[in-house]
Design a protein around this ligand. Structure first.
Ligand code: ATP
Length: 307
């Protein structure tokens, strides 16, 4: 279990992480999401003991990183794919870390195989593509077979096939009961990978829940306008649809949740109720994410008004 408890980090006047609290449970993949500069990397760096918090604590199974005796056996972390010696081969890169972690040469070869780099074992890292570097970084984090994985933007630079491969690998690790925390600034990139989401904006927590709960906020709805509001309400009530009165450009409308426009149209037609507008709205999960993180300045077109 990863536990982030009232964590704060300031750099001069910049509050990079601001009283952040959340937990990451084992056995699932958790997406750590937020726009650029929202404080994800700083949080992960504090978790890994690379930056000291201004206030609060970050722990893994109750211990701060610095207190863990053999940290590479407990947590595998990939913060950036850039720190490779360009002259070393992929295999040699792993061999440098192997003694520190206490694993064999054979384990290095197995890991290159697991991340799809077996053919590139003897090639110099300087000639690796960004995606290949990401794979090598992942192999490095897995050397000690750690039960906790912390990966900062691991999908960066991967092609669609690589993203699918990463997704399956991370899901496999979670299914083994490991704790998997993956950061990203794009929800859609990890949407099919994660079970839980922790969303931050400007260093603060804005949402933490299973993905399904966030997805529930992205349900479709239909806006419907009739000159006979009472008759329309009777139709909506008869169908037991959930709806709320709203206003759009000064016109009174009803917003009906989780139905298709065709269903509303058909029900009104069958009841002989005149309609003047019928609009289907699909809210994408990414839109919910953008709204939560204040990345959209488009006001919601429909405001609630009194019934
Ligand atoms: N060492 C530092 N010194 C000064 N400011 C820093 C330092 N590290 C991070 N910051 C600032 O803290 C804020 C959060 O940065 P951080 O890298 O944690 O965000 P992020 O969510 O990881 O962003 P990205 O998605 O772009 O990687 C930013 O305003 C950044 O400029």
């Amino acid at each position: 279990m990863i536990s982030i408890d009232s964590l704060t980090k300031t750099f001069g006047t910049v509050r990079a992480v601001d009283d952040l609290t959340f937990e990451v449970r084992p056995g699932v993949v958790t997406g750590f999401l937020g726009p650029n500069g929202s404080g994800k990397t700083t949080t992960l760096r504090m978790l890994l003991g690379l930056v000291s918090p201004t206030a609060g604590r970050a722990t893994i199974d109750g211990r701060e990183y610095a207190q863990i005796p053999q940290p590479a056996r407990v947590v595998g972390a990939a913060l950036e794919a850039a720190s490779f010696h360009p002259g070393r081969t992929g295999l040699d890169h792993l061999r440098v870390f192997a003694p520190q972690v206490g694993v064999s040469d054979q384990r290095c070869r197995e890991l290159l195989e697991m991340v799809g780099l077996a053919d590139a074992a003897k090639r110099r890292v300087g000639g690796f593509s960004l995606g290949m570097r990401q794979r090598l970084a992942l192999a490095t984090t897995l050397l000690g077979d750690p039960p906790v994985l912390v990966l900062d933007e691991p999908a960066n630079g991967l092609d669609p096939g690589g993203i699918r491969w990463l997704r399956e690998l991370l899901r496999h690790f979670a299914a083994q009961g490991r704790t998997v925390l993956v950061s990203s600034h794009v929800l859609s990139e990890v949407q099919q990978t994660v079970d839980d989401v922790v969303i931050i904006s400007r260093g603060r927590l804005v949402h933490a829940s299973p993905l399904a709960e966030l997805a529930a906020q992205a349900e479709r709805h239909v806006d419907v306008v009739s000159p006979d509001a009472e008759a329309l309400k009777a139709v909506l009530d008869a169908q037991r649809w959930s709806y709320a009165p709203a206003s759009h450009d000064g016109t009174r409308v009803f917003r009906v949740a989780d139905v298709a426009a065709a269903q509303v149209g058909a029900a009104a037609y069958a009841a002989g109720v005149e309609l003047h507008a019928l609009t289907q709205t699909e809210v994408e999960l990414e839109d919910v994410f953008l709204r939560l993180t204040g990345q959209t300045d488009q006001p919601d077109a429909v405001q609630e008004v009194a019934a």
